[in-house]
Design a protein around this ligand. Structure first.
Ligand SMILES: [Zn+2]
Length: 270
């Protein structure tokens, strides 16, 4: 599943080919992905200049005067900018034809992605209750410490809760907790302010590093330029069950809390 760094990498990849150009035509070959594609989209976007391409959590917003096209890659979606005469491949569901002679093409084999509309001045309900961006100034150890008081949920679940902070997926949560030395099952309300400061720094560092490397290891991810995503060789705990900890040599453990597997070092993380 594309994670925040992949989405940000996609944004940076496609934005220069979109901003300042006009959308001439929208071609939707399916009526719905995860949700129905608004039938008014072709009319709303026709002739509109793209003013900016921004990101909120894992949503991309292609902004124009009447509103923003809201895109989510779901489990298997990808966006590419291509010459307009590029032959269709399976699962090429939506095209946005530009006056540059290119098009933005949304491909999504599993159709868990979305193509929606957010009128100008409104916040789409999918974006309404989201916590701060992990790379923006509103996110720090103080924020985590304040909103965690009285919470008994494991700190890893807490960190992956989109209302607390957006875009910290399983890989990044596991790695940040390891780097900060925090045991993933510790109650969120019982982690000290100092350790949250360290954790916030690690979350940022790991996400930023991953963005500069083009995203982590997603087998299904295809970069905006069509090249395969990077494979991340620097993971410390994620997917390393039974292997020796790179710091202390103890075998990495895996536990299933909730539906996701969590890998951690029982010695380095307390
Ligand atoms: Zn260790």
């Amino acid at each position: 599943m594309p994670e925040l760094p992949e989405v940000e990498t996609t944004r940076r990849g496609i934005a220069p080919h979109l901003v300042g150009y006009r959308i001439e035509k929208v071609v939707a070959r399916v009526p719905a992905l995860r949700w129905p594609i608004p039938p008014a989209l072709p009319r709303l976007l026709r002739g509109r200049e793209i003013l900016a391409v921004t990101r909120r959590a894992k949503y991309l917003l292609v902004e124009s005067e009447p509103g923003a096209l809201l895109l989510h890659l779901g489990m298997s979606g990808s966006l590419r900018v291509l010459p307009r005469d590029t032959p269709l491949r399976p699962h090429d569901h939506v095209d946005f034809q530009l006056d540059s002679g290119r098009l933005l093409r949304f491909n999504d084999p599993r159709r868990f992605g979305c193509v929606l509309w957010q009128p100008v001045g409104q916040v789409h309900e999918l974006l309404a209750d989201l916590g701060p961006e992990p790379l923006a100034p509103g996110f720090d150890g103080d924020h985590l410490w304040r909103v965690s008081r009285g919470r008994s949920a494991p700190v890893k679940h807490f960190l992956m809760d989109q209302r607390i902070v957006v875009g910290v997926g399983n890989i990044y949560a596991a790695e940040a907790l390891f780097s900060a030395g925090v045991h993933p099952a510790r109650e969120a309300g019982r982690v000290s302010r100092g350790r949250y400061e360290r954790l916030a720094i690690e979350v940022r560092r790991i996400l930023e590093h991953s963005i500069t490397r083009g995203g982590t290891t997603l087998r299904e991810f295809t970069g905006a330029d069509g090249a395969p995503g990077y494979f991340e060789h620097e993971l410390n705990v994620y997917d390393r069950k039974g292997l020796p900890c790179k710091v202390c040599g103890t075998r990495i453990r895996a536990a299933d809390w909730g539906q996701r597997q969590t890998c951690y070092c029982p010695r380095c993380q307390r």
